[in-house]
Design a protein around this ligand. Structure first.
Ligand code: MG
Length: 268
C-alpha cells in the first residue's frame, strides 16, 4: 500500500468514526420551528425536556369491552374499518389475532364518534431495532381523524419531547414516559372531548386525557389544532364528530382489543 493510500484510508476512517460520534450526540428536534401559542417551546423543540421515564404497573392490558361499547376490533375481522381510499382493510390479521397496520394500510372507522372513551392495545415491533428513530414503531391514534395521540418506539429510543408515545403530537409531551419494551403489548385509554361549534364559530376547543399503560400522560389537555409536522397545529375542522384513525407510517405496529364508548350523558 502506498503512503498516499494509507493516509487516505486513515482520513476516511477518522471521518467515519467522527461522523458516528456526531450523529449519536445529536438530540432529535428543531431550533427553527415556530413557537407554540402561549408557550416558551417551539414545535418539536430540541431543548424541551424529555418526559421522566417510569416503569408502569400491570395497567389494563386485556380490559374487555363494557356492554355499551362499540367493539372496533376483537381479533375476528376488520369490518368496522376502511382504508383512506374507502376500500376494505388489507389482509393484515396475524396468527395471534392482532393486526399489522403496515399490511392493512392506514385505517379509519366507518362510524363517526363524538365525546368518547377509546381503549386500544398496540405493540412496537422488535424487528425494527435498526430503523431510524423517527420511523421506528411509528403509528398513531387520530381522534376525529385529525388529532394525533402518538405511537412510536419510546422505550428503546426517543424523539423530541412532543413526539414521543403518548404525546399530543407536536403539542403536548406525555407527562411521564411509561413505555414498555419493543415486543410487549401496551395500552392507551383515551378520553376525548370534541370541540364545540356554532356554525363555523368555535365555542370550545377539544380536550384529551390519555392513560398510557395505566398511567395518566395527558390530563385534560387542550388540543391546539390538527396534527402538523414542523409547523403550528392546523385549523380545527368545524365538526363535532369524526372517525378514529390508525396511522400507517411504514412501520409494522400491531394492534388488538379496540373498543370505544360514548361518554355523552344518557340523562340530561
Ligand atoms: Mg405517528
Amino acid at each position: 500500500m502506498t503512503t498516499f493510500k494509507s493516509l487516505l484510508m486513515f482520513v476516511l476512517m477518522f471521518a467515519a468514526v467522527n461522523d458516528v460520534a456526531f450523529l449519536s450526540a445529536e438530540e432529535p428536534g428543531y431550533t427553527d420551528t415556530p413557537f407554540l401559542p402561549n408557550s416558551k417551546w417551539r414545535v418539536h423543540d430540541q431543548t424541551r425536556p424529555q418526559p421522566r421515564i417510569i416503569v408502569p404497573g400491570k395497567g389494563d392490558i386485556g380490559a374487555t369491552a363494557p356492554s355499551d361499547a362499540v367493539v372496533l376490533y376483537d381479533g375476528k375481522n376488520l369490518d368496522a374499518w376502511l382504508q383512506d381510499d374507502g376500500k376494505p382493510a388489507g389482509d393484515g390479521i396475524l396468527a395471534d389475532g392482532s393486526f399489522d397496520i403496515h399490511k392493512t394500510g392506514q385505517l379509519h372507522t366507518k362510524q363517526k364518534f363524538g365525546d368518547c372513551q377509546l381503549h386500544v392495545e398496540w405493540l412496537s415491533p422488535p424487528e425494527e431495532a435498526n430503523v431510524d428513530r423517527m420511523n421506528r414503531g411509528n403509528s398513531g391514534v387520530l381522534m376525529m381523524g385529525v388529532f394525533e395521540i402518538q405511537i412510536i418506539e419510546s422505550n428503546d429510543s426517543y424523539i423530541y419531547a412532543d413526539g414521543n408515545a403518548g404525546a399530543v403530537y407536536g403539542q403536548h409531551p406525555p407527562l411521564v414516559n411509561p413505555a414498555r419494551k419493543p415486543g410487549e403489548w401496551q395500552s392507551f385509554n383515551i378520553f376525548f372531548t370534541v370541540p364545540k361549534f356554532d356554525g363555523e364559530k368555535m365555542l370550545a376547543p377539544a380536550y384529551v386525557t390519555v392513560v398510557y399503560n395505566g398511567v395518566i400522560v395527558q390530563n385534560h389537555a387542550e388540543i391546539l389544532g390538527t396534527v402538523s409536522h414542523r409547523a403550528l397545529p392546523g385549523k380545527y375542522p368545524a365538526q363535532s364528530q369524526g372517525p378514529i384513525l390508525l396511522q400507517e407510517h411504514h412501520s409494522a405496529v400491531k394492534f388488538r382489543n379496540i373498543w370505544v364508548r360514548s361518554i355523552a350523558p344518557s340523562i340530561d
